[in-house]
Design a protein around this ligand. Structure first.
Ligand SMILES: NC(=O)C1=CN([C@@H]2O[C@H](COP(=O)(O)OP(=O)(O)OC[C@H]3O[C@@H](n4cnc5c(N)ncnc54)[C@H](OP(=O)(O)O)[C@@H]3O)[C@@H](O)[C@H]2O)C=CC1
Ligand SMILES: O=CCCC(=O)O
Length: 337
């Protein structure tokens, strides 16, 4: 196959950075079309799910609705209740989930919580053993992912990192994009489950490549949002109608679903949380560290990160990341006084 060529389905091999190969597996199927009778989705065994926040809850919910045998745990136990009503089982710690399940997924807030839940006291690693699998779908840095992978595999179990692109609605609709790396046989084993929760999946090789891919994507997204916010405020200042700006952008070369989705509510200063601002700032912080590790300047992302930090200090951490526009508004006000 020519170096730059690729096929859309079902599997694609592309050259990977640093001389190795990138194996890309694409599934163009949606959750419903990929389901079959066996175990609901073609996966035999019990599935654990740790972390039932904005993303974890709908992902686990889709697995239950597809007929999977799901056991859940969440630090705040009350968030398990809607899943238990749908038929999930409950265990009282990550270790107990892992020991009672064949494969366990984790969707945690950040590197610290992902490490704690996997490797801390009563963590998933304590319930792991040969034949089991751990799939971490949280957004973390490559170093944390490697540490978690090392601890999990020290038990004889397999490890796959699989952060996702796509937010609350794609999680609800089973349309996420999985950026996986690590144990390839575990990747193949859980593919039917990924296909319930997502519209496509990429296998990127060694642990760390999935985390890096996710941070690159979210670095671009965080900077795009700041640029968009600047455009909306500038247009308002010069007397343009912001809704018309959103419409014009949506018809041109810089159209992005994110602008059309978030723009109308940003104009109304409403920020219903899909992707919490604190997580976007975390991803920019991690992307900056990734860039520093290879001496790559990313000045636009660095500037965007500063604005998200200001937004956090204004009490906007749990709002949607589009609330970063409020940090720009605050800057204008402070420069006028
Ligand atoms: N929202 C989005 O659009 C997307 C988010 N992501 C990433 O997915 C991950 C989860 O995001 P999201 O669901 O939005 O986040 P939420 O903040 O809604 O959920 C975070 C989850 O982590 C748990 N948690 C936090 N700290 C700890 C801890 N110390 N110990 C145990 N559990 C803990 C929370 O438990 P509790 O309920 O007790 O607080 C909750 O289950 C993040 O890494 C995020 O960057 C990726 C793609 C899109
Ligand atoms: O990590 C969050 C990503 C949000 C999105 O892809 O829309």
């Amino acid at each position: 196959m020519a170096a730059a060529s690729f096929l859309l389905s079902p599997r694609v091999t592309l050259p990977l950075r640093r001389g190795s190969r990138l194996l890309v597996s694409c599934s163009a199927t949606s959750s419903s079309s990929s389901s079959d009778a066996a175990g609901g989705v073609g996966f035999q065994g019990r599935v654990g799910f740790l972390g039932l926040g904005i993303m974890g809850a709908p992902m686990a919910s889709n697995l239950i609705k597809a007929g999977c045998d799901i056991t859940v745990w969440n630090r705040t136990k009350s968030k398990c209740d809607p899943l238990l009503s749908l038929g999930a089982k409950f265990e009282s710690s990550p270790a107990r989930v892992a020991s009672s399940c064949d494969v366990t997924f984790a969707m945690l807030a950040d590197p610290e919580s992902a490490f704690e839940v996997a490797c801390g006291a009563n963590g998933a690693a304590e319930g792991m053993a040969a034949g089991k699998g751990y799939v971490d779908v949280s957004t973390v840095d490559d170093a944390t992912s490697k540490l978690i992978g090392k601890r999990i595999t020290s038990t004889g179990a397999s490890f796959l990192e699989a952060p996702v692109s796509g937010s609350k609605k794609p999680a609800e609709d089973g349309l996420l994009i999985f950026l996986t790396a690590g144990d390839e046989s575990l990747y193949k084993r859980v593919a039917p489950l990924l296909d319930v929760m997502g519209k496509s999946r990429f296998y990127l090789g060694d642990v760390g490549n999935g985390a890096a891919m996710k941070l690159v994507v979210n670095m671009v997204m965080g900077s795009m949002m700041v640029s968009f916010a600047e455009g909306l405020l500038l247009s308002e200042k010069v007397g343009l109608d912001s809704n018309t700006v959103v419409e014009v952008i949506s018809q041109g070369a810089i159209n992005a679903p994110m602008f059309s989705l978030k723009g109308p509510s940003m104009v109304k200063a409403a920020y219903p949380t899909a992707f919490p601002l604190k997580h976007q700032q975390k991803d920019l912080r991690l992307a900056l560290a990734l860039a520093e590790s290879v001496s790559q300047p990313i000045p636009t992302a660095a500037a965007a990160n500063e604005l998200y930090k200001v937004a956090k200090s204004l009490g906007l951490a749990d709002h949607d990341f589009s609330a970063v526009i409020e940090a720009l508004k605050a800057k204008v006000q402070s420069s006028q006084h």
